[in-house]
Design a protein around this ligand. Structure first.
Ligand SMILES: Cc1cc2nc3c(=O)[nH]c(=O)nc-3n(C[C@H](O)[C@H](O)[C@H](O)COP(=O)(O)OP(=O)(O)OC[C@H]3O[C@@H](n4cnc5c(N)ncnc54)[C@H](O)[C@@H]3O)c2cc1C
Length: 280
């Protein structure tokens, strides 16, 4: 379908983007366009104006920020995948970015667009939840920092308010004491996850001190699998802990899988993710 008519402006800076956004309550940001353009074509989204932030080099970076890495919202999946700082200090992000869509999607799509879109089937949201990432949201009156646990509020809904934009994502540097994995199961290589599991295991004195497990496409938002985390820290083996992977979830039923099958897949994929994290 052809999108409804809209005005179009290219932002030359983040401040310019915010001022364009503030001048029209029905304006929308466009970054990589890989979620928004399909929505425009389906007329699910009908903004009066598109504010193009896709060329804002000032928001495309990965920087060392002490015990964290700061990632600009306009950083594209390919840049995340190839980034040496991420590969060394937070490889779950670079590896997962390399699993998104196909090369075309990875060359255009941005981390900010992925998180702001709030699609529970997207890959990076669950990784951010497992990592305990912080998201920097800038508006007309300054910026605020929202933890990933409070960022995803519903299907295609996030904590970003009208006139605001996501500018930066902060992830912790992982040490050798933390094992990690993101296991994604999809019907075809370039598809969204039918189900995926992000797993982080933190070791202390040779034992497991804590685990952080998050699920993709098992509810309206990415979800922490707290029952699995509790079981692992209480000493359960991966197979036993993974039995709790679907506890408290509300998976969708669609052409890819029924809710019941998704719950089964979560247990299978989750066990693999925990085992891989423990092996790293
Ligand atoms: C064929 C195909 C396969 C795909 N497969 C996968 C997959 O396997 N895994 C996966 O995770 N994703 C997948 N995607 C989605 C892809 O990752 C999108 O690129 C991503 O979801 C959105 O990023 P974008 O930069 O393209 O955002 P856009 O489409 O430009 O924007 C998406 C939404 O976010 C808003 N937005 C964008 N940037 C900001 C910002 N900085 N601050 C506030 N709001 C903002 C926009 O206003 C819009 O509402 C796929 C897409 C396609 C077309």
């Amino acid at each position: 379908m052809i999108p409804a008519a809209f005005d179009y402006e290219v932002a030359t800076s983040a401040d310019h983007a915010l001022s364009l956004l503030g001048s029209d309550p029905d304006a929308k940001l466009i970054a990589g366009g890989h979620s928004l353009i399909p929505a425009l074509k389906l007329r699910v989204a009908r903004p009066s104006k598109l504010v193009d932030i896709g060329r804002l080099g000032e928001l495309a970076y990965v920087r060392d920020a002490g015990d964290k890495l700061a990632i600009g919202a306009l950083t594209r999946y390919k840049a995340l995948r190839d980034d040496a700082l991420l590969q060394e200090h937070c490889p779950i992000v670079s590896t997962t970015a390399g699993l998104v869509g196909d090369p075309q999607v990875r060359h255009r799509g941005t981390i900010g667009g992925s998180l702001a879109h709030g699609d529970p089937a997207s890959d990076l949201p669950a990784v951010m939840l497992a990592l305990g990432a912080e998201l920097v949201i800038r508006g007309g009156v300054g910026e605020r920092i929202v933890p990933a646990t409070q960022f995803f509020t519903g299907v295609f809904q996030t904590a970003i308010g009208p006139g605001e934009m996501l500018t930066e994502i902060r992830v912790p540097k992982l040490t050798g004491a933390t094992g990690w994995s993101y296991v994604k199961l999809s019907r075809r290589a370039q598809d969204w996850a039918t189900v995926a599991v992000a797993a982080l295991v933190h070791r202390d004195n040779g034992g497991l001190a804590a685990a952080s497990i998050a699920l993709t496409n098992m509810g309206a938002t990415p979800l922490r699998a707290t029952a699995v985390e509790d079981a692992l820290t209480a000493g359960a083996k991966p197979t036993e802990a993974a039995e709790h992977m679907a506890d408290g979830t509300d998976p969708p039923s669609d052409v890819a899988a029924s809710a019941e099958f998704r719950a089964h897949l979560a247990r299978v994929v989750g066990k693999r993710a925990i085992e891989e994290a423990l092996s790293r």
